[in-house]
Design a protein around this ligand. Structure first.
Ligand code: SF4
Length: 434
């Protein structure tokens, strides 16, 4: 979502005469868009600002804004700790940045914009065309979270669940398509909690997907990140019926142990999670899954950890994110006693080895197969092209050219490594169906 937000921020500041640049040595304004999920990200903010201070030691200082969830969580504390920062702007207030930039020269005080103005934010963003031109682009449809998992800062930094109107979303997707986009990933902290009241009835994520797939030029639809609690029967059915919804879901579970899931306040059990997987496979046998895992959560026993490993073996996730539990100040889990670092590290290695083996085997099994790959871009300094299968696996393809960018083509897989498949275009003239 930060990638989407950064793109929208650069669309916003264009209105007041600013333009995104990679030339760090000649900037008027530095916007550091941050994530607060892990502790390291916060320290990185101060590190990045330190680097900037060195560059501008004998020059006029650029305006420095910290945006995103670190700004939301640490706001005044941040302004006190690092006087080089001019403003902190939370993720639901970044529509204020053009105004702040215009006023900046007249004011001397530090600015703190950390209200939850999500409605105002999207009102403002809807007036500005999304200029992203990537083949595969993000569209935020939902923000915030009402689930309050005990380890997570998101409900405090992004605020309560909010769903944009379908009309706004459809217009934004059409704008993106006019830029050349052919695949969209619908974004939300709890994307499948998407729920918008329309003419007295509720318009859900499945309704939105069916509306979007009527747009002829749109070839693929994805959504992320989902919560198991919101994996409702209409959405599962949508995976069966929709022609454009990709057969891949990122469905975080965090732990395979019911004891730990309860302690995390995840609001679902291992059995409920596995039942969702079973129902999705029943309607779409080729569907693939990825997940998030927290290893070494306070109180996690060897048996709890084994339960997570057995769940991984059961589902056979094709890729996943896994981390050692990271204490976040302000969350209920912060006061729990952490496990010994050594135990956490050992468990992470075991879990990642298992995930890697499964992913490796999956990729090896693709060798010799014909995959439908959406070609996204030419790779830097190479005569090869990057794309993804419908189940989100990266593919590097040879023997194609720029004309294939934006098309879904047949690729014969010749080789692989842990993360990527390598192949050549099959000699079929016509573009294949999504
Ligand atoms: S559902 Fe996701 S975003 Fe919400 S509190 Fe839990 S982990 Fe955080």
């Amino acid at each position: 979502m930060n990638e989407y937000d950064s793109n929208r921020l650069s669309d916003l500041v264009k209105k007041v005469g600013y333009q995104r640049t990679k030339d760090l040595e000649n900037i008027d304004c530095y916007i550091l868009n941050t994530c607060h999920i892990r502790e390291k990200a916060t320290e990185k903010v101060y590190h990045d600002i330190g680097r900037l201070k060195k560059i501008y030691k004998n020059k006029k200082k650029p305006a420095v804004f910290v945006t995103g969830c670190v700004a939301q969580a640490e706001n005044d504390e941040m302004l006190d700790r690092e006087p080089y920062i001019d403003a902190v702007v939370g993720p639901q207030s970044y529509q204020s940045i053009p105004k702040i930039l215009q006023r900046l020269n007249k004011r001397k005080d530090k600015l703190n914009f950390t209200n939850f103005d999500v409605v105002k934010k999207f009102d403002k963003l809807n007036q500005i065309k999304n200029t992203d031109t990537k083949i595969s682009s993000f569209v935020t449809i939902q923000e915030g979270c009402d689930k309050f998992c005990n380890f997570c800062v998101v409900p405090y930094t992004r605020g309560p669940e909010y769903s944009r109107s379908p009309l706004e979303i459809i217009q934004e997707v059409k704008d993106l398509i006019s830029n050349g986009v052919v695949e969209v990933t619908l974004l939300g902290q709890n994307v499948n909690a998407y729920s918008h009241k329309k003419n007295g009835s509720i318009f859900k994520l499945s309704d939105l997907i069916f509306e979007l797939e009527n747009i002829k030029e749109l070839k693929r639809i994805r959504y992320t990140t989902s919560h198991p609690k919101d994996m409702t029967s209409d959405l599962i059915k949508c995976h069966k019926i929709s022609k454009k919804l990709a057969p891949f879901i990122h469905l975080p579970i965090q732990s395979g142990s019911n004891t730990i899931l309860k302690s995390m306040n995840r609001k679902h059990t291992r059995e409920e999670y596995l039942n969702i997987i079973k129902n999705l496979v029943a309607v779409r046998p080729e569907i693939k899954f990825s997940s998030d895992f927290i290893v070494g959560y306070p109180g996690e026993t060897e048996k709890d950890f084994e339960d997570t490993l057995s769940l991984i073996n059961n589902v056979k996730f094709v890729n996943s994110f896994s981390f050692i539990y990271n204490q976040r100040p302000g969350t209920p889990a912060f006061k729990l006693n952490p496990l010994k670092k050594e135990i956490q590290h050992n468990r992470l290695i075991i879990l990642q080895n298992l995930l890697n083996n499964i992913q490796n085997n999956y990729n090896k099994n693709q060798i010799g197969k014909n995959k439908k790959v959406l070609i996204e871009n030419k790779m830097k300094n190479q005569e090869k092209y990057f794309g993804r299968t419908d189940s989100f696996t990266p593919v590097v393809t040879e023997n194609i050219d720029d004309k294939d960018i934006g098309k879904i083509i047949n690729v014969r897989i010749k080789d692989c490594n842990k993360n990527t498949l390598f192949g050549v275009k099959e000699n079929i003239d016509k573009e294949v169906a999504a």
